[in-house]
Design a protein. Structure first.
Length: 423
């Protein structure tokens, strides 16, 4: 019996080397005989490489990542029928496809297969908003495996796989270089459009301020703001970009009554010397504003590595008269303790926690915790992303005083719009 059990355990171990436990897909090692046969018959095989990047799994979590991965490879397999789909290794997450020459279309190029996989992946990811913020999240590359009787077959396969991975990395680096060049051009030529969205008192629908939102104008690489600023974080252009956004927010703002101007910036930008310079203060004064008219929104989605120096910079801004808001509250890395130590004037409750709050008891429970917390630290909650009357009613009943969202007003370019949808 022990011998039988040992044999079964050995068989299971052997199987996990040849087949991925999550997907059941064979590894390259398991399909070597099939690859050898096709290569001898056809003389040449296209090698397609595809993988999601690790940062995607970090952002969406292991279970969501596995679900996306399974869905993507199932669609690739059904779309490219003349290929052997494998994983580079059990549990690797790197897909290798050995594609026979297409008998129906012998002139089909490697690039067309790349484009087909890219279309499938893009379509698979289209419903995930956070993915657009951290793109690129996948790699695609190709090479050819060409029969050579003078070289060991296994080595030929190994070299072809390495070439396909190298092609994927080079392609990614080439695209990244083009994106950096476009961002540099956008900044140098101020190809940004500034919009302003009203922040509204939910009791009487009066406007208390406007959030400035900057977008890249007619950009092929940066179709939305979330992606635009997420990419800037990965480069050394963040200070330049956010500096320009601050200036545009101020220069395009009209001083009407006593409205406050809300300006976004990433935690890293608090170390930009220009933020504390006389030049920026002059820009504010030239518009008839004062630091007390400006509120800096600091996103909570990005972690603060050196909290003491970060808080010191926050205190310096507050000492100059600027207001402080924590943006995306409830979705990021901050603890309530660190938020309390910052002592913000406003807590902007993230739209992900606002959407459908009228029927989500967990979201309501989170807000129930946040409302008394805000009162204790003398902060005011602003609910973001209000899009339906039911959510608005729930927010008001739970003690939320201010809000913004498409239900109340859409972001608009200057001049400032004072129109509010009274729901």
């Amino acid at each position: 019996m022990d011998r039988i059990n040992k044999g079964y355990i050995d068989w299971l171990r052997y199987r996990t080397v040849l087949y991925d436990p999550l997907t059941g897909i064979p590894t390259v090692e398991a399909k070597m005989d099939d690859i050898r046969r096709i290569l001898r018959d056809r003389g040449r095989i296209l090698v397609l490489y595809f993988s999601f990047l690790e940062k995607l799994e970090r952002f969406i979590g292991r279970e969501n990542f596995d679900s996306l991965f399974i869905k993507a490879i199932a669609r690739i397999k059904s779309s490219i029928e003349n290929g052997i789909l494998c994983l580079l290794g059990s549990g690797s997450g790197e897909v290798i496809m050995f594609v026979e020459p297409d008998t129906k279309n012998s002139n089909r190029s490697a690039e067309s297969y790349k484009e087909e996989i890219e279309r499938i992946i893009t379509d698979t990811l289209k419903n995930s908003s956070i993915v657009s913020a951290i793109e690129p999240v996948y790699r695609i590359g190709t090479s050819y495996l060409i029969f050579d009787p003078l070289i060991k077959f296994e080595r030929q396969v190994h070299n072809a796989i390495i070439m396909s991975i190298s092609d994927a990395i080079q392609r990614e680096e080439s695209i990244r270089k083009k994106k950096v060049e476009e961002m540099e051009w956008i900044i140098a030529n101020n190809m940004l459009v500034t919009y302003y969205q009203s922040i509204v008192n939910l009791e009487d629908y009066s406007i208390i301020g406007f959030e400035a939102l900057n977008r890249a104008k007619d950009s092929a690489y940066f179709p939305n703001a979330e992606y635009f600023f997420a990419f800037a974080l990965e480069t050394d252009l963040l200070f330049d970009l956010e500096r320009l956004c601050r200036l545009n927010a101020v220069r395009n703002f009209e001083k009407l009554d006593d409205y406050r101007l809300f300006i976004n910036f990433a935690p890293k930008s608090i170390y930009d010397p220009e933020l504390f310079s006389e030049n920026f203060l002059e820009e504010i004064e030239n518009k008839g504003l004062s630091p007390r008219s400006v509120v800096f929104e600091i996103t909570e989605r990005l972690s603060v590595i050196d909290f003491p120096s970060f808080k010191e910079a926050i205190d310096r801004l507050r000492g100059m008269g600027f207001g402080i808001a924590i943006d995306d509250m409830g979705t990021g890395f901050s603890t309530l303790q660190s938020v309390a130590e910052i002592g913000p004037d406003f807590l902007k409750y993230d739209m992900a926690l606002v959407r459908n709050i009228h029927k989500d008891h967990i979201k309501q429970a989170i807000l129930e915790t946040l409302v008394p917390f805000a009162e204790k630290i003398n902060a005011t909650i602003i609910a973001e992303g209000i899009e339906n009357p039911e959510d608005l009613k729930t927010l008001k009943s739970m003690g939320v005083r201010y809000g913004q969202g498409f239900l109340l007003s859409h972001p608009k370019p200057p001049p400032l719009s004072l129109e509010i949808n009274r729901v």
